[in-house]
Design a protein around this ligand. Structure first.
Ligand code: HEC
Length: 90
């Protein structure tokens, strides 16, 4: 099964994103908004259920974030399906 289908059938949690995906963002986003490690603050860049309308997904899928690098496709899809699944605080 492809990574993307796995993520679709079993959406990642916010805890997983914090621990495995956002680590690389920490260097900048603990001192500037959005504070990706603060669930309340991250609401400003997500539209729950609608990844295509979410700034967070736009920034990583376009390659603009992380600044100076790029997430793996697996991590980009993890963000997509977390948002699609309601961007829960799980
Ligand atoms: C080297 C510093 C740096 C790193 C690392 C970084 N960012 Fe950023 N981020 C910025 C800066 C600076 C901005 C402001 C916009 C710009 O300059 O492009 C920004 C803006 C954003 C925005 C848009 C905020 C808004 O309201 O418009 C999002 C979303 C974002 N970053 C997410 C991330 C994610 C997710 C990661 C990790 C995968 C990440 N960033 C890694 C520096 C960084």
């Amino acid at each position: 099964m492809h990574e993307r289908q796995k993520l679709e059938s079993s959406p990642p949690t916010y805890t997983y994103l914090k621990d495995e995906v956002f680590q690389i963002c920490r260097y900048c986003h603990t001192g500037r908004r959005p504070y990706l490690f603060n669930y309340q603050d991250i609401q400003a860049v997500v539209v729950p259920g609608k990844p295509e309308e979410s700034k967070l997904f736009e920034m990583v899928s376009s390659g603009r974030m992380p600044k100076g690098g790029r997430l793996s496709n697996k991590k980009i899809w993890a963000i997509y399906y977390w948002i699609k699944n309601g961007a829960k605080n799980d």
